[in-house]
Structure formats: structure tokens, C-alpha cells
Ligand binder design. Structure first.
Ligand SMILES: [Zn+2]
Length: 232
């Protein structure tokens, strides 16, 4: 399989103009993502940008009074801030679902973006999508019940990682959703009793995806990336 073909599994790399892909290709390294592998420890600087091809990467940030957890799969990239030279609290970046990714040094990526207006615009579009997603999630948290939000979160995580098997504890789900762990457990029990999901402590499986979509709030799908990108 050619390097171009492998890279095209990632939506952002696939959306690059031919010239931008040619300029970045020599610096892309295909790396495997092994489950639970820590790519960057908390308080350590991340020097790389990752474009997942398969699997799931989690970005876990701890603030003074709360934490956040984002997951990124083949639809996106890890390291948009570092690629833009923006300083953010160092996150723990780990593999949440095994697969592989294309990796490029952040410093090199910044140089390429500096040289190419179309690459910059491509990254701006992705940043806008992330902002839109954050605004939608914030509204969702205030409007919708935990059970519907959990269904949505599970579906979105499954879509990003390309698997119905999720390695997520209730604690991690609570962080991802900005909810209390006890409320997540109650909601997970309810979804399990409706035979939509099943789980053990750290493994969760979506059994009935159409049923889970019905159980999710209307926000599911609203965050799906619509722009395949117009960098070409
Ligand atoms: Zn919602």
C-alpha cells in the first residue's frame, strides 16, 4: 500500500492540496498505536502532531478544579495547538484504541504551515470545527439529560475510533462528558438494561447501535465533520 494511500485514511491528510501533501509527505512517519501506550506524559511537552489512521487517541487535561478528556480518531489530529505554536496546559496523551497514525514533528509542521496559505486555511477550518463542537457540547451539557448525553458520547467515540468496543471507565466517561461519575453509572445502567450497551469495569460494547442513536440527544450527528475540505 502506498504512503499516500495509507495517509488518505485520515480525513485531514486526505483533504490536503496535492502541493501541501507533497511538502509534508517526507516528514510523515507511520507509527503504530498500541493500547494504553502513553504518547506524552502529563507536564511533558508534546513535540509531535499526530494524524490517526485507525484507533483512538485521548487527550486528558487536568485544571485546578476540573478535567477534560477529548478523543481523536481518523477524522482529526492531535496537536493543533502545538502546531500553531499556542501554549496550552500540557496534557496526558494516550492510546485509547489501538491502530496507527502518521506523526510529524510540530516544529516542522509549523514551518510548512508558515510557508503555505492553503495549509494554514486547512488548519483554520479544522479549528473552527473544534470550536463549533465545543459550543455544541456546552449547550448539550446544559440542556440534555445524562442518559441521552452518554448515548451521544458513546456513539461519537465509537465513530471516531471505528469500533463498537470502547475502553472507557465510567470515571473517564464522566470527565469526557463533564458529568458526575455516579450519574454516568446510573445512565450506563439504564442503557444496559435497555440492551443497548454492555460493559465490564473498563470495557464497554455497543450492542444495539440504531437503538443507541434513538436514545441519544439530537446533538449526535450535529458535530459530525461536514467539510471534506476544499484545500485542493
Ligand atoms: Zn445534546
Amino acid at each position: 500500500m502506498s504512503a499516500t494511500h495509507i495517509s488518505s485514511k485520515n480525513r485531514l491528510l486526505r483533504g490536503l492540496s496535492r502541493e501541501d501533501y507533497r511538502s509534508i509527505a517526507p516528514y510523515l512517519k507511520h507509527v503504530s498505536l498500541s493500547l494504553d501506550n502513553v504518547l506524552v506524559e502529563r507536564n511533558m511537552a508534546n513535540n509531535y502532531v499526530y494524524f490517526p489512521l485507525a484507533g483512538l487517541i485521548s487527550v486528558h487535561r487536568v485544571f485546578s478544579d476540573h478535567a477534560s478528556l477529548d478523543t481523536v480518531g481518523k477524522e482529526g489530529m492531535v496537536g493543533i495547538f502545538v502546531a500553531a505554536g499556542v501554549k496550552v496546559p500540557h496534557a496526558r496523551i494516550a492510546v485509547q484504541g489501538s491502530g496507527s497514525a502518521m506523526r510529524v514533528a510540530a516544529k516542522q509542521f509549523r514551518v510548512l504551515a508558515y510557508r503555505s496559505g492553503s495549509l494554514q486555511r486547512h488548519m483554520h477550518r479544522y479549528t473552527c470545527q473544534l470550536l463549533q463542537r465545543a459550543a455544541q457540547t456546552s449547550q448539550c451539557n446544559g440542556l440534555h439529560v445524562v442518559e441521552a448525553r452518554l448515548a451521544r458520547c458513546l456513539l461519537e467515540t465509537s465513530d471516531r475510533g471505528g469500533s463498537r468496543e470502547l475502553r472507557m471507565t465510567h470515571e473517564l466517561l464522566a470527565v469526557a462528558m463533564g458529568a458526575r461519575r455516579t450519574n454516568v453509572t446510573v445512565a450506563a445502567n439504564a442503557l444496559r438494561s435497555r440492551k443497548l450497551i454492555d460493559y465490564t469495569r473498563a470495557r464497554l460494547r455497543i450492542i444495539d447501535r440504531p437503538g443507541l442513536i434513538k436514545a441519544a440527544c439530537a446533538c449526535y450527528g450535529a458535530n459530525a465533520p461536514r467539510v471534506e475540505d476544499t484545500g485542493r
